[in-house]
Design a protein around this ligand. Sequence first.
Ligand code: FRU
Length: 534
Amino acid sequence: MRNGFLLFLMPLLAASCTQPAETSSAGLIATEDSSYYQEKYRLAYHFTPEKNWMNDPNGLVYFEDEYHLFFQYNPDGTKWGNMSWGHAVSRDLAHWEHLPLAIPMVGDTMIFSGSAVVDQHNSSGLCEGESCLVAIYTAHTDTNQSQSIAYSNDRGRTWQQYAENPVLDESMKDFRDPKVAWHEPSQQWIMTVALPTEHKVRFYASSNLLQWDLLSEFGPQGFVDGIWECPDLFPLPVSGTDEEKWVLIVSYNSDEGSDMQYFVGDFNGTTFTNNNTKDLVLTLDEGQDNYAAVTWNNAPQNQRLIIGWFNNWKYAGDIPTSTWRSAQTIVSSLQLRQYPEGIRLAMQPVPALEQLRQTPAHHENVQLREGDDFLSVENIQGTQLEIIAEFAYEAIETPTEAEQLAAEFGVKVFKGEGQETVIGYDVASQSLFVDRTQSGDTSFNDSFASRTIGLMPADSGTVKMHIFVDHSSVEVFGNDGYVTMSNRIFPNPQKDEVEIYARGGRVTLQSLDIWPLRSIWSAATSSSSVSSTP
Ligand code: FRU
């Protein structure tokens, strides 16, 4: 039986062990004693391919009760190559069902990243009925990148290449990652696509997905080193106001590694205008491992749902998994919020993940001091956990030694002799950090052992850490998504204690919840057992 399920709170041991087989909302039987998806470092509730290499999420679209996740996939190996679109669907954003390869390479043309739309009224003429799915991707050869389309009349199960491909060819070597969405005010399709080496995105318009007209360009602005990839443009209300803004997300890859920035502004159907100064760089995720994240088209209730590639080009080919490589992050929803410094994106995990929770450990109002390890008596352990910890600290003007405030506090996971991953708050710099320098195997790449930091002013004196731990990953949402940090780790799974700590003084742990989370995988979800028309 898997460590993450077996060991948690000792008092809960019996409950964990007798957990009955669960029927997921996708109707799949998730037994916990299966050997499926049990390899070292295999994530239990994140999407990973059964085997081989995966990178960017592609073609995110909600259609007829299914969230589609296509992804850059090498059907023939664990390194990048032969890029094709792999495929999975979810009905609830927590459980995923593998489906057969969706769009394979055509000759020596690779199928690079792109998007998918519901062609509601058969604007393309490619639908057999009233509507169908159309994928718009980059056709990549060594000398040229152009935009091509494929279409599906059976809910994404099988795909045909459009006979007149490509639909947009500007004879450029670097011109990729089209994100297409319907623009209601101007009643046309808008394509947002990257000119990677020029640090620009371009906007094109079409009435039928087949002919495209150039509208405008944006950039260079923000972070302009390296290359720009995987743009996404969408409207989003500013929470608590009647205002709507447009957000432009751009991934960038440089010698420093892979990261993502976003711009907040206006889009009038033709041009995007950045509301901030040209040089301001707003970062979507302060961790090392969230790249090429894009949002779902047509998500219900106007939600803006996002998923990213849980990796970094700096070391993606080196990460120490053998038969499969890479994961996607959990799904989050995006909001725009008004903060003192301006309108910013906030990211929150989707509530659907709550269904994976098992019996929690709960604590309130614990006064923590350096050296306290109040949880150790309860022997809290686990490799697939959700943790919500809320800390409060209040400065006293002339504190006695006993009243001295902590300089740092937080949560340590995957802790044991010589190993820990620290999720901490540094009071002096008002920043949240994740330190993976002692997190386990860091030897596979020199740049892996690192500490990531995100400024998170806690004027009210409260710091909330919402943490997802999954065998080889840690995602942290600080102060309800003000800061997000996604990092991969490769720990020794035997060293799986959780510790709440304070350093240099006291802090109040206002509340703490720790849930073991169920696995979403079982042999029943494997592609070999999934028919193409469920
Ligand atoms: C981003 C990216 C995209 C490209 C794809 C190729 O990670 O480089 O620009 O379409 O990966 O796999």
